[in-house]
Design a protein around this ligand. Structure first.
Ligand code: NOJ
Length: 533
């Protein structure tokens, strides 16, 4: 098999408001990203996914799109985007955009028309329903951000459906004109040279045609967020969504088929693994990579990790390429979930598992969630259900570049506060420090590029002992052992015969002693990669 770029690359997610500001308004932008491309090349990633940059009222910070074919002025303009794409490509970096097909902004001209009159030509581009007999919403569906998912609209006396905010009405993907218009949007960006899309909430795109009530969730507990009161049985993951994914895939593939470069589709899908697998496609190919978020949610112990990795590997369809994610703009940061020492171990795991890894900006610096004062809260998720720790501002704070004012992010006050230790935890400082997590990431990324066993090799579990997870990566004659100590106690590990006398390629502890007489001494929170032979 010849590996394709999206199989061997490491993807780096940029939250554009927080990466680099070039015009000193306190908000990151496209020119800012362009200024930092050399950092990304030096880090060793090969693709960047940029969260939404389209014109938007920013009620959900760009996930409420008012025009799919332009750039929001706070990020720049189309010329800036073309320049960024050219500069990235010149450096061998791919660019993935965030495609938000499930819903638009309520300011999108399509919705403005749709809501104007019941007989408007675009009425059925969105999901409108009459009130229930008692005047209430048409069914019991709950918005992912809390409250009913139905919004009463005075103008025409009907409810419209919104899986997220009321400012984000859901499109009606059963309408052929909606499909055609959105497929044109994909072509618009593909024609400009974009290398792929991350597709927002792909599993939400179709709803049961007759809109039955969702059943209660027996595992619901207070504090989980109201959306969890019900199981989203009828509002998400409907079988017809796979036809949509396949049609999107046809569009992406048509570029490769014409010799215009292989394009990739990544689906954002939060589902159990068995249902996630359907998104690779069955009769027809679906998305290339249905995001695998297990590392974000899973208890961090050797047995659970080993079971999850094995189950996932076994569940993959024959041609399905795996992928792993450690963090994103919606979930607590890895350093907060696991602590600094385990964040290093997690970086080794992410970059040595089989499949395409996605790395969230700032995780390479060990950034933690930032405490946001109530007066500084910007995230609508937090504003709607305050106090449940559901807010996402803490993981969206500015990237710290150096020790200068505002950490080199902007000359103006940043839109969200910096983390408290930015004077030491920043790119410039950590680049100088051979023991920093940034240096570890750079070394891991280089190792992954140098070792086919890591980028395309097979995976096999070797053993699990207490807090230790050991696996093998192998390609042709190259055999690597990865051993992770997920806990705080040192451990003496017996290596399998074939791994005796292995060479140390990398350790989280830099100066580790190595295998003696076939045993490996793993210190607390240490992870190593060894080469056999
Ligand atoms: C998923 C995105 O990741 C999240 O940030 C956003 O709020 C929702 N989709 C709604 O678009």
């Amino acid at each position: 098999m010849t590996a394709l770029w999206w199989q061997t690359c490491v993807i780096y997610q940029i939250y554009p408001r927080s990466f680099q500001d070039s015009n000193d308004d306190g908000i990151g932008d496209l020119k800012g990203i362009a200024q930092r491309l050399d950092y990304l090349v030096g880090l060793g990633v090969e693709a960047i996914w940029i969260s939404p940059i389209y014109p938007s009222p920013m009620v959900d910070f760009g996930y409420d799109v008012a025009d799919y074919c332009d750039i929001d002025p706070c990020f720049g303009n189309l010329a800036d985007f073309d320049d960024l794409l050219m500069q990235a490509h010149r450096r061998g970096l791919k660019i993935l955009l965030d495609f938000v097909p499930n819903h638009t902004s309520d300011q999108h001209p399509w919705f403005v028309e749709s809501r104007a009159a019941k007989d408007n030509q675009k009425r059925d581009w969105y999901i409108w329903r009459d009130a229930a007999a008692d005047g209430g919403p048409p069914n019991n569906w709950i918005s992912d951000f809390g409250g009913s998912a139905w919004q009463w609209d005075e103008i025409t006396g009907q409810y419209y459906y919104h899986a997220f905010l009321k400012e984000q009405p859901d499109l009606n993907w059963r309408h052929p004109d909606v499909q055609a218009a959105m497929f044109d949007v994909m072509r618009f960006w593909f024609d400009r040279g974009v290398d792929g899309f991350r597709i927002d909430v792909l599993w939400h795109m179709l709803k049961a045609a007759d809109f039955p009530d969702n059943p209660p969730n027996p595992d619901y507990r207070l504090g989980m967020g109201e959306m969890h009161r019900l199981l989203q049985r009828h509002s998400t993951d409907q079988p017809e969504v796979h036809g949509i994914a396949a049609a999107m895939r046809d569009i992406a593939d048509s570029y490769g088929a014409r010799g215009l470069g292989e394009r990739v589709l990544i689906g954002e899908i939060y589902l159990p693994v068995d249902r996630l697998m359907h998104y690779y496609g069955r009769e027809r190919p679906g998305v290339h990579l249905p995001f695998n978020f297990q590392l974000i949610d899973m208890p961090w112990d050797a047995r659970t990790l080993a079971a999850a990795i094995t189950f996932y590997e076994a569940a993959l369809p024959v041609a399905g390429w795996p992928n792993w994610v450690l963090g994103n703009h919606d979930r607590p940061r890895v350093a907060t979930r696991l602590g600094q020492a385990q964040a290093r171990v997690a970086s080794v795991l992410l970059l040595t598992l089989r499949g395409t890894p996605t790395l969230y900006y700032g995780d390479e610096l060990g950034l933690s969630d930032v405490m946001i004062e109530p007066s500084q809260v910007r995230d609508p998720r937090e504003l709607r259900e305050p106090g449940l720790a559901l807010g996402r501002d803490p993981v969206r704070t500015p990237m710290p570049w150096d020790g200068s004012d505002n950490a080199g992010f902007s000359a103006a006050r940043p839109w969200l506060p910096l983390h408290a230790d930015w004077r030491t935890r920043n790119v410039a400082r950590m680049t100088e420090d051979p023991r920093s997590i940034l240096t570890l990431y750079r070394r891991l990324l280089a190792l992954r590029r140098d070792c086919p066993a890591l980028s395309i090799g097979d995976f096999a579990l070797v053993n699990i002992e207490d807090e230790i997870l050991v696996y093998e990566r192998r390609h042709e004659s190259e055999r690597l052992v990865v051993a992770l100590n997920l806990g705080g106690r040192p451990h003496r590990l017996q290596l399998p015969d074939w791994a005796r006398g292995s060479r140390l390629l990398l350790s989280t502890h830099e100066d580790t002693a190595l295998a003696e007489h076939g045993a490996l001494l793993l210190r607390s929170h240490e992870a190593v990669v060894l080469a056999a032979g």
